[in-house]
Design a protein around this ligand. Sequence first.
Ligand code: ADP
Ligand code: ZN
Length: 684
Amino acid sequence: MDGAHPTARSLLSDIFGFDAFRPLQEEIVASVTRGEDVLAILPTGGGKSLCYQLPALLRPGLTVVISPLIALMRDQVRALREAGVAAAALTSGNTQDETDAVYAGLAQGSLKVLYMAPERLATGGTDRLLAQAGVTLLAVDEAHCVSQWGHDFRPDYLRIGALRRALDVPLAAFTATADSETRAEITARLFDGAAPCTFLGGFDRPNIHLAFAPKSKPREQILTFASARKDQSGIVYCGTRAKTETLAKALNDHGLQAAAYHAGMEPDTRREVERRFQTEDGLIVVATVAFGMGIDKPDIRWVAHADLPKSIEAYYQEVGRAGRDGEPAETLTLYGADDIRFRRMQIDESPSPPERRLADHGRLNALLGLAEAQDCRRRKLLAYFEDDEAACGNCDLCAAPPETFDGTEAVMKALSAILRTGESFGVGHLTDVLTGTRTEKVSARGHDRLPTFGVGQDIDRREWAAIFRQMMGHDLVRPDPERHGGLRMTQAARPILKGEQTISLRRDTITSGTRRSAPKALVSDEDAPLLSALKARRRALAEAQRAPAYVIFPDRTLIEMAEKRPATLDQMSHISGVGAKKLERYGQTFLEVINGDAAEVPDHPARRKLAGRAAGEVYDRLLAAQARLNRGADGTGKPMSCSASLLARIAALGPGAGEQLDRLLGDRLAERFGTAFAEILEDG
Ligand code: ADP
Ligand code: ZN
């Protein structure tokens, strides 16, 4: 630390190891540090924790943090301690020893940050305990839990207002939920109606790639997407409990690591899945929306929807669980006519009052508009949340704008078929009528004598299916729950039917299936093996402490290590995320991985395939040699390495490979590694 008076910036780099604030963090930190009442609304991943942790260090006395998530509290306490901050938690999950230690810390005045579950506020004595502990700041995480109308309501949050009054200290509240009703409730209940300094961050999550695809072979679509992202943590959301289990099994059968999760499972089993997801490095959780708020893993690399979510809000929240660490993350949302029907019926059949159902249809429509969008999805999504238009370039439609066509005539034909058959039939029968297919049902109802019979022969059945789906997506037709889901025309379709309005439809969703999107690599091919070695070391350290990997170092830090390859502790200290404490604790061991003083067994899939075979051992020796020669024999050359798959191919060559080895390596790599590798192969 420089000088006697640490500043927000010096602590940011010394304690947290970050070199820049995220948007609004600096302003919020300043305001909270000055002792103002603050309400900060930042998107998930915006870095809210830092906004109270840093002021806690800048202010005298103790900061109490109320948070509803026990697992999260534990991780944060761990991370703070790793960074050298005196932090502790009081939760129902504590052992007696832990609780005693907290009390001792409070009595000595040695604690800086105390996390508390809201339930603690209800137990007698807590107020008195805090009153004597020299609390100078209250921070409330997930402040929307105070809203009685939200999904996450926690009755104990209602006690926070009284605690603030009793302690008479400033309060800083944080949430990602920004609608004005929730905001008003937070102000009323936490701040006694006196408006706090409010900071409202944007909604955009630019690192999250957005993509939708109509279902063609949904299981294959998910398997393909997940397989391409093997070894990355991801979530697949499903519409039903049964599907979470079958899909998890399918993923496992495909050689991926997957676990199902839904509210019907035993609490213990659920907790075990949560724990594994939090600590393991490449688990896929296949879940219903029950896998939600408690999930605070910052390095979830992808989220897929095997079924359409129920609203645009749900969509935003679910995809938003990916990439909280700011690194690239990907999403894929599948949808089809059945999903639309299912979601509509669900709303129609819910017990909510009519106004509520109307609003729910509106939220579903907004999501369908996003699914059937013809240009940038991010702009559409943000427009819904009334966020300023942001630059995108990170969605499937920006990458490849869809082909569109004037669908007015086709839609008019379909509407006419719907009206003439009495608005009582589904897509299958309507398509029979339009394409002039004389089924039994068509003949029995006399629909082959309708003027619309066969008027749509120029369009094939698959295309009709896509047209009907888009008509549902534009809310021109809706399934009628009173008529077994038969399609009815809505008011929105009238102008088209009357020829007053045209409609443009997407062609690509009709002809091509899912466009193949290549997964985003976090680092170049050259750095990939080192990154997996660094991750393996991180996992070993995390497992030894029974902590999530990111508590040791976030992905970004390892990526930077792999790219910059620091050779000394001094260089290591310039890597973002390496604060003073972490440098002391872990600097050496990661330097060894990078500079090859220890042979590291990477967890790369190419290596795993060789596990237990002679080639596996050869592979490891090749890797060690490569690490040794990373900067050449004299240690001054440009860092060079081979990809894991190349090493695996070399390991399989066996003795006497000679020329073949040189061919595989190419000139540049052969010059650096050829001799060493050939020797290893000879005695392999
Ligand atoms: P939120 O609670 O707003 O969803 P968190 O406080 O959990 O977000 O932060 C998300 C991730 O971003 C964490 O891994 C955190 O360490 C990281 N982070 C926070 N602030 C910064 C920063 N200024 N620079 C780099 N990483 C940051
Ligand atoms: Zn876009």
